[in-house]
Design a protein around this ligand. Structure first.
Ligand SMILES: NC(=O)c1ccc[n+]([C@@H]2O[C@H](COP(=O)([O-])OP(=O)(O)OC[C@H]3O[C@@H](n4cnc5c(N)ncnc54)[C@H](OP(=O)(O)O)[C@@H]3O)[C@@H](O)[C@H]2O)c1
Length: 266
């Protein structure tokens, strides 16, 4: 296990840390002794987590209640973090939907773009410069296996994740000679609030646990440009690049996602 505190400490900032994969990043980084800035809208949850993690791991935890889809959220974050050395940024918060495209108003898609694409861009631009000055740091983009394929009935979400895949790959190359490790984490189906209540039993992929997803990410940080946790997810990503044409994979995803939409509507 690499020494994450030495490489990426003393502070890590995790967006979307009130549940799911973000909360698990908080657990595993706290166990490694990093101080944390936890960001999400449900600050009451963050405060409860902060008290537990400070007590259990003797670290410092700050909480920031912010809606990252709203303009000017960076002012709120800057106000709380301007005198901290943030060595690790985890761009994790996102929203997802599965529906018939025209059933949702355009405002939903624009909010998704603000949260899934604009917020990570603003945060990266804000923190990466100081990391590069210190020649030390890490940035994780939490994307998705859907970022590698056209995904009917969740096309804007998949497109937002394709943006993160490409952004992380590019910055991995651009920043590596400057001492900063950018990496894309592309989970497949994972048991969190995002997948709660959705029926994916007709899909070949099985739900992974957040512990395994985050463990794989932290193992790969500084070594890889991308981590796809889980054998079946790796296989799907590989097939989508090497064996099936993009049209073939989109058709396959379309059939599976249509079943999910119909089940959700039933
Ligand atoms: N679960 C999966 O199957 C799966 C698969 C592939 C990729 N992912 C990716 O994994 C990441 C984490 O998702 P998850 O599965 O852990 O889902 P989750 O449990 O629903 O967590 C989403 C987090 O984002 C925060 N969030 C949502 N909207 C926000 C907003 N407007 N402003 C600030 N924070 C906001 C939520 O906190 P608040 O509600 O308190 O704001 C929550 O902490 C996402 O990028 C997701 O796309 C998930």
């Amino acid at each position: 296990m690499q020494n994450l505190k030495e490489k990426y400490g003393p502070w890590a900032l995790i967006t979307g840390s009130s549940s799911g994969i973000g909360a698990e990043f908080a657990n595993q980084l706290a166990a490694q002794g990093l101080n944390l800035v936890l960001v999400a809208r449900r600050e009451d949850r963050l405060k409860t987590m902060a008290a537990r993690l400070e007590e259990e791991f003797s670290i410092k935890v700050l909480t920031v209640g912010a809606d990252l889809s709203k303009p000017d959220f960076i002012k709120t974050i800057n106000h709380k973090t301007s005198d901290l050395e943030i060595g690790l940024l985890i761009n994790n918060a996102a929203m997802m939907y599965i529906n018939n495209y025209l059933d949702a108003p355009i405002e939903d898609e624009l909010k998704l773009i603000d949260l899934n694409i604009k917020a990570p861009a603003i945060l990266t631009h804000h923190f990466a410069g100081k990391m590069i000055q210190r020649k030390k740091g890490g940035i994780i983009y939490v994307a998705s296996t859907l970022g590698y394929m056209g995904t009917p009935y969740s096309s804007a979400y998949a497109a937002s994740k394709a943006h993160e895949v490409s952004k992380g790959e590019g910055l991995h190359y651009e920043f590596k000679s400057k001492g900063v490790d950018a990496m894309v984490l592309s989970p497949g189906l994972t048991r969190t609030e995002m997948t709660d209540g959705l029926d994916f039993s007709h899909m070949p992929m099985k739900l992974m646990e957040t512990e395994d997803v985050v463990r794989a990410a932290l193992k790969g940080l500084g070594k890889k440009s991308q981590v796809i946790p889980g054998g079946m997810n790796k296989m799907m990503a590989w097939m989508s690049k090497r064996i099936m044409s993009r049209d073939m994979i989109t058709n396959m995803m379309g059939k599976m996602m249509k079943i999910s939409v119909d089940k959700a509507a039933a």
